[in-house]
Design a protein around this ligand. Sequence first.
Ligand SMILES: O=C(O)CCC(=O)C(=O)O
Length: 247
Amino acid sequence: MVMELSGAGWRSERGQSSCRIQCTDGFSSQELCLQDEKYYLRSLGDDPRKDTADLRKDFPELSADVNVPSFFEDHQFFSSVLRLSSSGLQLWTHYDVMDNVLVVVSGRKRVVLFPPSDALYLYLTGDKSEILDIDNPDMETFPEFTKVTRYECILGPGDVLFIPALWFHNVVNLEAGVAINVFWRHLGADFYEKDLYGNKDPALANRASQMLDRALKLLDGLPKEYSNFYAKMMVRKIQKRTYACDS
Ligand SMILES: O=C(O)CCC(=O)C(=O)O
């Protein structure tokens, strides 16, 4: 089988906005990689600035082969994304705000998951962890990482992994491969920001975070020892509330 995927519907790790790929031999996909180069390609919607990826529209000839389990109602569907990756490529630890299933078509992936309650141990910047090497982390820089609970699995062709919203995941492609994932809005539509990738924080969370920035700015009006003291009181308030939710 020879399959050609082309056009604007791809974003590659190397920042090219489009690319042309030939997959031969039933997706063995080693041909995706030029020597010594790593690729990670993610399909985009028809108009990448407006449309979410949807396998049924973007690759109708492939989508009939994909049976997505009916975990959600049709109106909750958000996107279905085709992903092609070369061997050895690692995707940094991050969370998404929607539930999704990751379906491996070919190749093998190691997926490491951390629960949302580990958020404080993962040294986050936005939705990403600063700890790139999760197998050999620098414990002097990231001492809290010892507290995480790590779940790990190896996925092969035909395996489907449910990745719940807010669960951190880190993916290593053990072999070059093809995968699909399907995101859906498991909360009411009002909770979500306008989004193309399923990873924008909910509008309410964004507003709360902006209010916190404002609150901290207000405290800056006090002498340093007071602003520190009252910021710690706020931390305490937040800790009490969040730890109650974790247990
Ligand atoms: O398998 C991959 O390449 C990435 C999967 C992922 O990040 C996801 O399902 O959200």
